[in-house]
Design a binder for this molecule. Sequence first.
Ligand code: SF4
Length: 352
Amino acid sequence: MDAAKLSLYPFLTQAAEHVAHMDLSIDDIITSKALVGGLPRSRASSRVIQSILGAIEKDDTKPDIAELLSYPIARILVSCLDDAFLIRRYALAEAKFANTRMQKEDDYETLLEIGRDFNINASITDKGFQIHFTDYIRGAAGMRALNWKLVNRRLTSGFVNITKEEYARLLQEGIRVRIFNSLPLDVPEPFCIALQEYLEEIKTCLEHSKKELGEEGFGEMEPGSFPPCIKHLLSSAQGGVNLAHSARFALTSFLLNIELSVDQIIQLFNVSPDFNEEMTRYQVEHIAGGTGTTYKPPACNTMITYGNCLGKDELCRTIGHPLEYYRKKKKVTSSEPGPGTGEPPSSTQEQT
Ligand code: SF4
């Protein structure tokens, strides 16, 4: 691939080799203002900020070389902050960004080449691609939609036929895992100091976004009183982890029962790799009673059966239902002395 194409797929081994052959030191890339006028740094920063906000947008205003170099700098920026939430969001956003480019790719040979970089050996067919079922299973393992199940696919001599869109979606998952597993990099402190100006901006955006998805998104709710299982499922969903159906149901029904709105819950799931607003809205509204049946969240025994009881603590020993945990913990928290006063809450506080 040439430099222009590699700038579209900067996570490829070939892209890293191309940058290595440019004879630039990391210092040049990070600090030199002469290097494409410093554009790789500003584009790197916008890559990271946009990933926090939800999606990386294409930027055709910069030369290909700036786009290509912005990727390793973005990885350095993410590594300097070393935040698990940011790493998950960034990996997912880069993978989705790559997917949008692959969907528009007319050259199927390029898609095969990308696949080979992820050890996927595919061939081109009339209707798309054909890949070995072991590669298919590896790529589709994280997909929850029924049409990804191997039993719903036709196998021909061990090979599965898939469309170009599906092939790109499988690659998206491989890209996400590659980026996620490779971060954080071990970045020497002077490089982080040199990028401080960008890091401050990213940190502010990150804190704001965490607040919106966390405490502030719950209105009157008390996330600090959530049982460990729900805290775990919630942070997984917010970090872009694809939850199993039983986990998604447990989390959604719990949040609905403590009166989070359908829209607030949809917003929470909006970072999942498989996010589909229409389908998510249908599922959440269904659990919310859109069909006349309101579902209660599963009791602890059911949570244990499905492997969703995670992080059990002392209070868990005294309850049998996650909602019971929440009510008990909330009661204890609201009757605790106010911070730093050592006094019980005033009657006004109790009424509010
Ligand atoms: S015991 Fe119940 S409330 Fe506690 S973590 Fe397990 S499922 Fe959640």
